[in-house]
Design a protein around this ligand. Sequence first.
Ligand code: A3P
Length: 309
Amino acid sequence: MSSQGDHKPGSVGKGAAVGEHEKPELVMADGLLVPPITLRQWEEIKNFQARPDDTFIASYPKSGLVWTTQVMEMIQLQGDVEAYKANKKLVPFLEFSIPNVEISMPAVKMINNLPSPRVINIHSPISHISKSILEKKCKVICVLRNPKDVVVSYYHFHTFSNIAPNPGTWSEFLQNFMIGKVAFSSWFDHVKGWWSLRKQPNIFFLFYEAMKKDLGYEAGRLASFLGRDLSPEAMKNLVEQLSFNSMKTNMDEKIPNFKTVAGFSFKQFIRKGQVGDWKNHFTVAQNEVMDQLIADQLKGTSLDFCYEL
Ligand code: A3P
């Protein structure tokens, strides 16, 4: 456990910017805290019309969503490594609409024009998603990760991303996370909302920690949910290609213009990929407060997270 209260690995000072860009302030969209690029297209996001054969990957930021998109891709490609490397497209994020940018963050309009079947990432809690997603009984893959590692990952993300505001110090960021004063608001509301739908057959849950423990097993569960069957060879390829080291090494090559669009490289984004990095950040006192908050907030939900492997 960290002994220093204000661990600041590469943190950005107040008012500072990453590179030459100004860091944005968060804004409210119907009571949800979001970055300005999300608010700019909020009406389109709210009124987005899902199609019955859409698949959504839903997660609170920093829970392993991009990793899951790659697992989906390898499943869809039946573990074909050459086809996987040749595919230069990323799954679009509904909420990070950057009009006229064709690669990683398309506008809602661009998603509207994609052919079916579509795969779409979403970060909003169920209180703020388009009603059509649940009404049309779309498949939703919810990716969950323990909140201590989420907040650590989120903090680091803020230090290198231009779409995230200034994180302040680690202690300040942790405090804001605990009260939901970060982009996409409360982690607790987010996971409790999606978890409340767990009995619906079209909603599927993946836990980051379980993927770390046995990616092949979790990918197999996901493949079954998607109605796919992978050969042992295909599964071996998937596991090799999507290990932490392999993705950290290969993703910038796979998606060469990602850095130009996102403002940070995959080498930065795929940072540490561990269960338990929170121990290098939380002080004993911070951990006690967090444990109490988790116990209070998740009481009676049957949600149980793994904090170390
Ligand atoms: P860390 O910052 O803890 O390293 P998201 O895609 O939801 O934003 O999640 C990002 C987190 O997933 C980062 O966590 C990132 O390193 C981790 N991640 C990405 N690819 C991974 C992989 N192949 N194995 C393990 N973790 C991975």
